[in-house]
Design a protein around this ligand. Sequence first.
Ligand SMILES: NC(=O)c1ccc[n+]([C@@H]2O[C@H](COP(=O)([O-])OP(=O)(O)OC[C@H]3O[C@@H](n4cnc5c(N)ncnc54)[C@H](O)[C@@H]3O)[C@@H](O)[C@H]2O)c1
Length: 343
Amino acid sequence: MSSANRLRVAVVGCGLIGKRRAREVAAHPQTTLAWAIDLAPAAAAEVTAIWGGKSGTDWKEAVADSSVDIVVVATPNGLLSQIAASSLRVGKHVLLEKPMGRNLREALEIRDAAAAAGKVVKVGFNHRFHPAISEAHRRFSAGKIGSLINIRACYGHGGRPGYEKEWRGNAELAGGGELTDQGVHVLDLVNWFAGQATEVFCRTQSAVWPIGPLEDNGFAILMYPGVVVSFHTSWTQWRNVFSFDVFGTLGSLSVEGLGKSYGEEKLTQAVRKSEGGPPELEEIVYANDDGSWKREWQDFLGAILDNKPYFGTPDDGVAVMRMLDACYRSAGSAAPVRVQEDA
Ligand SMILES: NC(=O)c1ccc[n+]([C@@H]2O[C@H](COP(=O)([O-])OP(=O)(O)OC[C@H]3O[C@@H](n4cnc5c(N)ncnc54)[C@H](O)[C@@H]3O)[C@@H](O)[C@H]2O)c1
């Protein structure tokens, strides 16, 4: 594609994730970086110095630019829905980072704005593009472990001293604590394997970091038809952990690690023998290069350019926010709650 025909992208928020997105935009032959926006001028300028485009501090300037086709929203959670909805209203496609806003209400607003605009909205659930996770899902869908019985998941890191001064420790900017931060990835993955949840029982703790009312730990039992899921997400997991175990009637698929500080990414398939005893094991270890961002960007472009099905649709995002909403309602009442499906 000639550079004149490339889709023009504005990245809003040039922190950890905005920089990753800008790198993929510039590396892809069908996209070019038009704008990098950050409240901190130096952060935006750092991005444009490497990957090109104009830098600025006001997201409204980039959204008003009629030559921009796509807006990537990588700001703190508190701005995601406002910037996404404003971009949709002027006809942009939008990739917004997870979570889909601070709460279910904001997620529904984004979903409705996407439907009215007829544009592609993708929620950044990059974990579906990690190789061990996507291969686990492929094998599960091919029937390698039989019918799904249950899932056990754990995701966490150790937070940081001073978390209460960061946006993640600020209820207004974050919307929630660790359930809203890393927990939503787990909820999305569980939905991908298990479908639609019916009931949730959740407890939270603000155990170590002074971020109350936000939680640094969330524990939940999620009920799906015929399937039970347990999960723990934590900012007091002193050694970083990602583990996702899917159990079926014939065997299991276990993902451990996501590379880098989460340890090598590994998929283990165990298939039980009809006579009992140790199962047949197969283990795949993946290279330590996180290609999920590249594959996720390709998935988004496939939807825009070729109308292909994609992950992280508004419905996927809303389904996660319904679960998150149920988790907080359950934790607040210390009782199991139904997942609301009426909105
Ligand atoms: N998919 C993932 O695995 C993953 C991982 C981390 C974060 N995230 C999500 O990405 C988003 C950003 O997280 P991060 O870790 O990059 O945060 P960050 O703090 O590193 O970066 C956020 C940036 O947004 C900028 N910003 C704040 N207000 C702004 C405004 N009004 N206009 C323009 N820029 C503004 C800040 O200056 C900062 O540079 C969050 O929604 C987060 O949940 C996703």
